[in-house]
Write a protein that binds this ligand. Structure first.
Ligand SMILES: [Zn+2]
Length: 150
């Protein structure tokens, strides 16, 4: 994120401090307004980049078979019958592979369990990856400012 921001303000960094800050303010004002407009039109609950990751996990989940053990816990094994075996807890959003806990996006093992039970996949995506949270983050407006002539 830092590198992307630096590349955006590369021209502004050459300017005196007040002009540089003004360029950054205008950039942020424009960017937040664009983000706010885009998210209003976005029809789904889960944000686009996260949706792609979820769909990849859905594709990968075909390689796994889950067995319900009770109390939202599952044992997940490979369809190829290897030694790999994972424990998934859908209630606490945990998998023994730890991807679910680290990224807060369900891994292929958890996805296998979610699909088996026909649960809504979006309910297992963390709130920080949802449209409502994104909208809330961008609700504030960077207000326009009059020029030095006023
Ligand atoms: Zn896992």
């Amino acid at each position: 994120m830092c590198e992307v921001f630096n590349s955006v303000i590369v021209d502004a960094r050459e300017r005196p401090i007040v002009s540089m800050l003004e360029d950054i303010r205008v950039y942020i004002m424009r960017r937040w307004a664009d983000n706010r407009d885009r998210i209003i039109e976005y029809p789904r609950e889960v944000l686009p980049r996260i949706r792609i990751k979820v769909e990849k996990q859905a594709d990968a989940s075909g390689k796994w078979v889950s067995t319900y053990a009770g109390r939202d816990k599952y044992e997940v094994t490979s369809i190829h019958g290897g030694k790999e075996k994972f424990v998934v807890d859908l209630k606490t959003h945990e998998c023994s592979c730890r991807k679910f806990q680290l990224s807060r996006i369900h891994c292929a093992h958890a996805m296998t369990c979610i699909r088996k039970m026909c649960f809504n996949v979006d309910n297992f995506v963390e709130n920080c990856y949802k449209k409502a949270t994104y909208s809330e983050c961008h609700q504030h407006v960077v207000y326009p400012v009059n020029g030095p002539n006023l």
